[in-house]
Design a protein around this ligand. Structure first.
Ligand SMILES: Nc1ncnc2c1ncn2[C@@H]1O[C@H](COP(=O)(O)OP(=O)(O)OP(=O)(O)O)[C@@H](O)[C@H]1O
Ligand SMILES: [Mg+2]
Length: 301
């Protein structure tokens, strides 16, 4: 059974997509895990950092993307996610066999609103589409990573309801400290609302479980082993609020990130020549991620 993990922060541009792709690639490449990335964000950043635009266009025309999945849900039709998986999109010294992708599409913008308008904001069914559909893929992967958009609309809620865990990616900035509490509170409240709804309608749906917080991982730190003085202060504050949850591994700023998205090869698999320090930190984070998920005390915030 795969462990399903959402990468979230309601704040944009903190590195959710980059870390989702890099940690997935590291787990696949260095730890031999079979990983699927689901790109839930209409910005298609995870998709286009793993495959070329022309391959994506061809795939979206011939097989489809997550947009087609949600559109089928909207139309009350069956849809098998298996059909839209891109197998081993990363090519680097041979293909990276154990990393697959479900691509996104810009047309996913607006789907939240269409679904909410048709089914209602509170409609639990509309939040469980992805959860139900990925059940069929559970046995093929060790991990399914969901790259969420920077909001808490229906798309992200589909990601959360489908997840066993969620990982918060954060920058070491003062406003992050406020954002983290907002995220954990929001996750708690959407699940308690859902449970209440189930109770009120007397439903026997028993598989709903609030995802556990795997941890909080800081991205774009400016010095080699930790951060600047102000970044260190923020990390200290967050660690005192969430002592169990802040990752020991900290991800440094890297000026190679932009180039890697263009080459469609994650730094985690591209060899030390690109950015050894970044690659090593990602491997550390992947290892810590694995340890945290398999820790018996992983019961969530
Ligand atoms: N460690 C890093 N060093 C330097 N640049 C980085 C690093 N991590 C991410 N970036 C850059 O920061 C920008 C935002 O990263 P990314 O797209 O991963 O964030 P995001 O949280 O997924 O954004 P969004 O909320 O829009 O989906 C990108 O231009 C990315 O290349
Ligand atoms: Mg993103």
């Amino acid at each position: 059974m795969a462990t399903v993990v959402s990468f979230i922060n309601f704040k944009g541009g903190v590195g959710k997509t980059t870390l989702c792709v890099e940690i997935a690639a590291s787990l696949a490449h260095k730890f031999n895990e079979k990983v699927l990335i689901i790109d839930l964000d209409p910005q298609t950043n995870a998709t286009l950092s793993l495959m070329s635009e022309s391959d994506w266009e061809e795939h979206s025309l011939s097989k489809g993307t997550l947009f087609n999945f949600f559109e089928s849900c909207y139309n009350n039709q069956q849809f098998d996610l298996q059909n839209i998986i891109v197998e081993s999109p990363v090519e680097y010294k041979g293909t990276l066999q154990s990393l697959d992708l479900i691509p996104s599409h810009i047309k996913l913008f607006g789907m939240d609103l269409r679904l909410a308008t048709k089914l209602g904001h509170e409609n639990l069914k509309a939040k469980l589409f992805l959860k139900k559909a990925i059940e069929a893929l559970q046995n093929q992967y060790t991990y399914i990573f969901i790259d969420c958009p920077p909001n808490l609309y229906l798309g992200t809620q589909n990601g959360l309801f489908a997840s066993d865990d969620y990982l918060i990616v954060a920058l070491a900035e003062y406003l992050s400290t406020l954002g983290i509490a907002h995220i954990t509170n929001s996750v708690n409240s959407i699940f308690s609302d859902a449970m209440k709804l189930l109770h009120d309608i007397g439903s026997s749906e028993s598989s709903l479980k609030k995802p556990s917080l795997t941890g909080i991982i800081f991205n774009r730190l400016r010095t080699i082993h930790s951060g600047t003085y102000s970044q260190e202060n923020v990390i200290r504050m967050v660690t005192s609020d969430y002592p169990e949850y802040v990752f020991d591994s900290k991800i440094p700023q890297s000026d190679k990130i932009a180039a890697r998205a263009e080459q469609k090869v994650p730094i985690a698999v591209s060899g030390y020549a690109v950015d050894r320090q970044y690659e090593d930190r990602i491997a550390e984070a992947a290892k810590e991620f694995y340890d945290r998920l398999t820790r018996p005390s992983n019961e969530g915030a």
